[in-house]
Ligand binder design. Structure first.
Ligand SMILES: *Cc1c(COP(=O)(O)O)cnc(C)c1O
Length: 377
């Protein structure tokens, strides 16, 4: 690069989103009627807005061509590295419409930082935090009419990055694409706040020491699908993984972190051992629980301790958490060796209170005393 090459804008944050991301409006946006029809029947991640954010990285030019363009299928060379060696990472966060018409994201800078950490682990170029935030602002601005306003609904944002260079050699790609797509989503639980059942996989693991468990990459999810199928086959909704070193400690679900509530009011979650994804929801809940007067512990949690606790009454609640579902009560734990219900199998008081506290901040019902919400529109 010569000194006349424009630098990436990593050091200049005050630029507006529109300055950084060139908005190229779709020539074929859907009509207001078509949009209303989609918004009247929301699933999860099945409908997408009219636009997507995009930027390209090459080893020569760095990040460039930041733009908002029409949502459309990608053109990809069959030799694109991602299709062969899975050099890919992603993020997930939500934008919420508040009663006054403003639109807010929940802790997007935490997702931006995690995206950079994941990029490092997958030998992908780090996207500057400002670009991550600008891409989200610009996309939500452009497709603001797609942000649902119905109760419990939100706009799910999916930033992702992958190796697009066409080559079959094994090395980090010299060409990478970054995109953000947006999906209006309904409340995760169409049946209300219903407890899920969990299959504890004692045969498969999701991550190992030194592996990619703490990076948010597609490969981790690919590895979790077979055990997830096993969970379904045993009549369970989700799979929980144990640590691969001892096969005795609870880690997390395929895409959600786990909490255990004791009868003594102490709430525990597996410590970040390097094989667990550090959820934004998880860290927010740790803070909120502390403020609600709970003692919180990040520690090793043996499965045997939880099974004993469920039997004796020392464990009163188990719940899972993540952006998509926010907080999910766990009513049943099963494996080839056991099948137990947690307390009476219904959502517990701590789980319900933490779900309410979190969603009230996200939907602007309660004051955001932590500075977690960032205004997008
Ligand atoms: C994304 C994810 C989570 C939840 O993270 P949030 O930031 O709370 O959405 C938990 N575990 C895994 C494996 C994940 O990929």
């Amino acid at each position: 690069m010569t000194s006349t090459t424009p630098a990436t804008n990593s050091a200049t944050s005050p630029q507006s989103a529109e300055d950084t991301f060139d908005v190229r409006p779709s020539s074929h946006p859907r009509t207001a009627e078509e949009r209303a029809e989609v918004l009247s029947d929301l699933g999860f991640g099945v409908a997408f807005t009219d636009h997507m954010a995009r930027a390209t990285w090459t080893s020569d030019a760095g990040w460039h061509d930041r733009r908002i363009e029409a949502y459309a299928p990608l053109q990809l060379d069959p030799a694109a590295a991602v299709l062969h060696y899975a050099q890919e990472i992603f993020e997930g966060l939500k934008a919420y419409a508040h009663a006054d018409g403003s639109v807010w994201a929940f802790r997007p800078e935490a997702n931006a930082r995690r995206f950079a950490r994941s990029a490092r682990r997958l030998a992908l170029p780090e996207l500057p935090e400002e670009d991550f935030l600008a891409s989200i602002r610009a996309l939500v601005h452009t497709d603001v009419e797609w942000v649902p306003t119905s109760s419990g609904a939100s706009m799910y944002l999916r930033p992702f990055m992958f190796a697009s260079e066409a080559f079959l050699g094994v090395r980090p790609a010299k060409r990478v694409e970054y995109l953000v797509i947006a999906s209006p989503v309904g409340p995760y639980f169409t049946r209300g706040f219903t407890p899920v059942s969990i299959w504890v996989s004692e045969e498969y693991h999701r991550a190992g020491p030194g592996g990619t468990g703490e990076a948010k990459c597609g490969g981790n999810y690919a590895a979790s699908l077979l055990p997830q199928q096993e969970a379904y086959a045993h009549g369970c909704d989700q799979v929980c993984f144990l640590d691969s070193s001892t096969n005795t400690l609870l880690e997390e679900l395929g895409g959600m972190n786990l909490f255990v509530v004791g009868a003594d009011g102490v709430v525990s979650t597996p410590r970040l051992s390097g094989t667990i994804l550090e959820g934004v929801t998880r860290s927010s809940i740790l803070e909120l629980l502390g403020e609600q007067g709970h003692e919180v512990r990040e520690r090793d949690i043996p499965l045997a301790e939880v099974l004993d606790g469920v039997a004796s009454g020392a464990v009163t609640e188990v719940f899972a958490c993540g952006t998509a579902a926010v907080v999910t009560p766990v009513g049943r734990l099963a494996s080839a060796r056991f099948d137990v219900s947690v307390a009476d199998g219904a959502a517990g008081a701590v789980t319900t209170a933490i779900h309410t506290a979190l969603t009230d901040v996200q939907f602007g019902v309660q004051e955001d005393t932590h500075g977690w919400m960032q205004r997008l529109v």
